[in-house]
Design a protein around this ligand. Structure first.
Ligand SMILES: Nc1nc2c(c(=O)[nH]1)N[C@H]1C(S)=C(S)[C@@H](COP(=O)(O)OP(=O)(O)OC[C@H]3O[C@@H](n4cnc5c(=O)[nH]c(N)nc54)[C@H](O)[C@@H]3O)O[C@H]1N2
Ligand SMILES: Nc1nc2c(c(=O)[nH]1)N[C@H]1C(S)=C(S)[C@@H](COP(=O)(O)OP(=O)(O)OC[C@H]3O[C@@H](n4cnc5c(=O)[nH]c(N)nc54)[C@H](O)[C@@H]3O)O[C@H]1N2
Ligand code: SF4
Ligand code: SF4
Ligand code: FES
Ligand SMILES: [Mo]
Length: 904
């Protein structure tokens, strides 16, 4: 039976879906009724407050707001009747009375006034307002506000930040931030959703506004693994603003970095020419990036590429292929990752190729591959919308996956329960039904205790266990030692809370787990992830809507770079290096004999340099001189290399060690595909021309390959992608042309016409026997040990406004203005014990190094724990961290270092 409604609009008989409004039906038929407080954007509710969209309905005394009125059978609607158009004109004229004409210039409202040819208002002007320019990203000029409340809905309902409100009544009605604070002092996180929603420019980007745009380019945000689609507004070869496009992972939303952090590409410090180190100059983090010419000289591409390639081939000849290594980049495209690993394997002849995934989710991937045979997420983060319960453990999505966090918060608003497990009281604590602020590095104890309860109370899903898993019996025996009463003193969460959470997860109809670096970056990171997988397996929370395992992927293209094999133990699509058939396949595809020996991982490569077994490196788009653990050790390794080629967009701390620096183009300056955390392969498009002589990464790598004697037939990224389709079954049915048209396709994808599978493993796993394995994990303490001298736990991580090592975000004006300086978060109790106050400097030292840094008093960290973001070169957190590794994932212990804190 059809639910369609049949009615007449402007004399035409039409049918409509029951959820369609009259406005939407009219739009579908080609008539755009004026609208202001309604924006027809995904997720936005119509509010019906402005009356700009009035239509006439036969038999009704008053006009109706078409944006929130739904048609009913046999209704007769007139959108263009005299009465309706006159009423609409009057509304627009009244609204334009009190607004400042200068402020609204170029806005949606202004365009509407112009297109309806409404002259200067006949009514007396009433309100004036002084602008609030206190926020670095957003300017507030309420002299243009028409009280449409779109910004309130944007802030409260879409991004669920709850900063903007509507105060007072009647004529005094006004938009406020928190308790009527200046915006710059409010709790605003500058996602800019309100700016995008505001039809009048009352809220607008603070940067000089260019109203004219030559073109709009649909692409993908260059920052995080959420993979928001963006619409880049370009004027005169410059991006002047960014709006959220309606991509599958963001539905028009963005965060502060995606919206306001695009200006790094026009920084004066961009590398524009190849550079060659001057003779006899010592290597180190000792160069002013604004003046590279103290240490380097400009070179032509020809000279620089020849020197880069000659260095590699000389060293290969002298010391063998395994004396070379490469770090590829998860900031570059799939094609650039693929061609880079191909160069290292087919050109250098070694598998010593890795990238930041090693420092990131390597342990999660090791556990996922071992247990369920696939390292990618089993469900997109949107699946949270269908969950009864969400667990977020060791991840801080409000800062690190902010747009994903908006979907989590919306789910909570609709009644989903949220369990957050994190030693720090992060922002989602506010939404959490249960906040387990437990002892750092005790995840295995906590998770085993949760599973103990589920087994003890027989809350597991026997049917799922029988059908889809192996090893449960042994696993259940292993859990006997982990009674919550015994674990509570280790993890600092009461047995009662552990039991409640266990029961809730096990009995939820559908529950999903998201995790991040708090799980993976430990010497027992793989064990942590094994526990999460076992938890989901025993409750059968995989493969259905609202269920799954989702390690939130970090970099914009870390999923794609991993799939494309910037990994030392795999060929593309995770085919083991040790597998002879695979080797033969790639030898034939690449027309080169290949090295059968697995390569070394990131930190292992640093050790190998110290041992003199690695002599030369090619580093593209990574900054290990800031991001690797134990920087004194890592930087000494970089300095020791005989030949280092760094390809970046800035003279990074790593480039300061280079012999040859190659200037690359930034993301908005090139075409290519990227794969986000949801397995969505998306098309990135060039919006602007690169500065100076900077060249695309794939082009540079190709040039080096040519100079090593390899003849590759690529002249565009599309050519490389075509080869990837041959090498990677995961990309089946996702052609370049399809991506150009559809912007985004999820893998695995069953046919060229169908959508990809969002949720996988409904009928078992890609393991040998099709079953998911329970792998027991025993609780082990962190490797770095506290003692009476080193008595604080240091945890490191990120900030909303900065990207990792700061290479790009510290060169973005808005982002750097928001968080300009290094700080350590300390609890109020620790601060008073040490007699330090906010703003004081302290010296933080570990057994490996020390830094001086400013104190920020923060009740989010528990006593005995301090937090330092690793974005600041002047107080580099990684001088303190340890390079001890997880034995399986080879990931360092970034989340636990024993340190001392001394006032200075
Ligand atoms: N703004 C911004 N966003 C980013 C990035 C960025 O640099 N800046 N980087 C991107 C990348 S590559 C990645 S990998 C992701 C990372 O995203 P997240 O995984 O969210 O990263 P972190 O902030 O490093 O750590 C997450 C949480 O782990 C908690 N934690 C610390 N120790 C423990 C522990 O022992 N157990 C548990 N369970 N939790 C612990 C910390 O308190 C922190 O809240 O972010 C991505 N997004
Ligand atoms: N203490 C501590 N350390 C950590 C972590 C932690 O939580 N704590 N987290 C770890 C994790 S999860 C990660 S992912 C790593 C990240 O470590 P890195 O990947 O080393 O960090 P980024 O700062 O993202 O470096 C990216 C580099 O790419 C450059 N770049 C940007 N776009 C392009 C481009 O288009 N082409 C080229 N050629 N270059 C480009 C940037 O200028 C920058 O130098 O850090 C790890 N280090
Ligand atoms: S500031 Fe803009 S979005 Fe907010 S109520 Fe005013 S006109 Fe509407
Ligand atoms: S959530 Fe991630 S992808 Fe989206 S705008 Fe922010 S940084 Fe970019
Ligand atoms: S657009 Fe319909 S009432 Fe405002
Ligand atoms: Mo990462």
């Amino acid at each position: 039976m059809s639910n369609l409604v049949s009615f007449v609009i402007d004399g035409k008989k039409v049918s409509a879906e029951p959820e369609e409004s009259i406005w939407q039906v009219a739009k579908r038929l080609g008539t755009t009724i004026p609208h202001l407080c309604f924006n027809n954007k995904p997720g936005y509710r119509s509010d019906g407050n402005c009356r700009a969209c009035m239509v006439e309905i036969d038999g009704e005394r008053t006009l109706a707001a078409s944006c929130c009125r739904h048609p009913s059978d046999d209704m007769v609607v007139h959108t263009q009747s005299k009465r309706a158009t006159a009423a609409r004109r009057l509304v627009i004229e009244l609204l334009s009375t009190d607004v400042n004409q200068q402020t609204i210039a170029g806005s949606t409202f202004d365009n509407l006034v112009q297109s309806m040819e409404i002259g200067p208002s006949r009514f007396p002007k009433k309100v004036t307002n002084t602008p609030d320019l206190s926020h670095p990203a957003i300017s507030v000029k309420l002299d243009a506000c028409i009280h449409c409340t779109l910004c309130v809905r944007a802030c409260r309902e879409i991004q669920v930040n709850g900063v903007i409100g509507l105060a007072e009544r009647g004529h005094d009605e006004k938009i406020i931030f928190d308790f009527d604070d200046p915006m710059g002092q409010s709790t605003c996180v500058a996602c800019g959703e309100c700016v995008q929603a505001c039809p009048t420019n009352a809220l607008s980007p603070a940067s000089a506004k260019v109203t004219k745009t030559d073109k709009q380019v649909q692409s993908v945000c260059p920052y995080c693994g959420v993979g928001c689609q963006v619409s880049l507004k370009v004027n005169d070869n410059k991006i002047c603003s960014v709006e959220g496009a309606n991509g599958p992972s963001n539905q028009g939303r963005l965060c502060v970095k995606g919206r306001f952090g695009f200006d790094y590409i026009t920084s004066e410090q961009r590398l524009t020419e190849p550079l060659i180190r001057k003779e006899g100059i010592e290597k180190g983090v000792n160069i002013d990036p604004a003046n590279p010419y103290s240490h380097f000289r400009k070179a032509s591409w020809e000279e620089a590429l020849n020197l880069a390639a000659k260095g590699f081939s000389d060293i290969k000849q002298q010391h063998g292929a395994d004396s070379l290594a490469g770090f590829g980049s998860a900031k570059c495209s799939n094609e650039e990752a693929y061609i880079f690993q191909k160069l290292i394997r087919a050109g250098f002849g070694t598998n010593n190729v890795d990238h930041c995934t090693r420092l990131c989710h390597a342990s999660s991937v090791a556990a996922l591959m071992e247990t369920i045979g696939s390292g990618a997420v089993t469900a997109p983060f949107m699946a949270a919308e269908d969950s009864d319960l969400i667990i977020i453990i060791g991840a801080n999505p409000s800062e690190n996956h902010p747009v994903a966090a908006t979907f989590f918060k919306q789910a909570v608003e609709r009644g989903t329960e949220l369990v957050v497990m994190d030693p720090r009281a992060q922002a989602l604590k506010q939404q959490a039904t249960h906040m387990l602020q437990f002892t750092p590095s005790t995840d295995v104890a906590l998770l085993n205790a949760i599973m103990h309860v589920i087994v003890d109370e027989k809350l597991y899903n026997q049917h799922y266990i029988d059908q889809h898993t192996s090893g449960f019996k042994l696993f259940a025996t292993h859990l006997k030692d982990y009674a919550p009463e015994k674990m509570q003193s280790i993890c600092g969460v009461t047995a009662d809370t552990i039991k409640t959470v266990a029961r809730k997860y096990a009995t939820a109809k559908s529950a999903i787990i998201f995790w991040g670096m708090g799980i993976s970056q430990h010497t027992h990171g793989t064990d942590n992830a094994r526990c999460l997988i076992s938890l989901a397996l025993m409750c059968g929370h995989i493969g259905r809507p609202g269920t799954g395992l989702h390690p939130l992927r970090g970099q914009n293209n870390v999923q794609g770079a991993s799939d494309a094999a910037l990994i030392p133990m795999f060929y593309p699509d995770y085919k083991p290096i040790s597998d002879c058939e695979t080797q033969t396949f790639f030898e034939s595809l690449w027309d080169t004999p290949l090295n059968p020996k697995e390569g070394l991982t990131v930190v292992e490569i640093m050790h190998a340099i110290h041992r003199n077994s690695i002599k030369s490196m090619y580093i593209m788009g990574e900054n290990p001189a800031m991001s690797d653990p134990n920087l004194n050790h890592a930087r000494a390794a970089l300095a020791k290399l005989e030949h280092l080629v760094v390809q970046d967009i800035f003279l990074t701390e790593t480039a300061m060690f280079a012999d040859v620096v190659l200037p690359a183009t930034a993301w908005p300056e090139k075409n290519g595909t990227v794969t986000n955390s949801n397995r969505q392969v998306q098309m990135g498009r060039q919006a602007v021309e690169p500065p100076g002589n900077a060249k695309a990464d794939w082009w540079i790598t190709h040039q080096i390959a040519q100079r090593l004697g390899l003849e590759w037939p690529y002249s565009t990224p599309k050519d490389i992608y075509h080869e990837m389709l041959l090498a990677m079954p995961s990309l089946a049915n996702i052609s370049w042309e399809r991506l150009e048209q559809e912007h985004s396709v999820t893998y695995p994808c069953p046919s060229p016409k169908e959508a990809g599978h969002d949720i996988v493993f409904a009928d078992g796993f890609p393991t040998e026997d099709g079953r998911g394995k329970f792998i027991p994990a025993s609780f082990l303490p962190a490797n770095d040990k506290l003692d009476t001298e080193y008595d604080f736990i240091l945890t490191t991580g990120r900030l909303l406004e900065h990207w990792h090592t700061g290479a790009i975000t510290r060169r973005s004006e808005v982002l750097n203005t928001l968080e300009p300086e290094a700080f350590v978060q300390m609890s109020p109790i620790d601060c008073s014990a040490l007699k330090v106050q906010a703003g004081d400097m302290v010296c933080v030292s570990s057994r490996r190094g020390s830094i001086n840094i400013k104190v920020r008093v923060d009740h989010k960290v528990q006593t005995g724990l301090i937090f330092i973001p690793f974005a600041y070169v002047e107080a580099a957190a990684n001088l303190l961290t340890s390079h001890d590794l997880d034995p399986f994932g080879k990931i360092p212990e970034y989340k636990f270092s024993a340190v001392k804190v001394e006032p200075i």
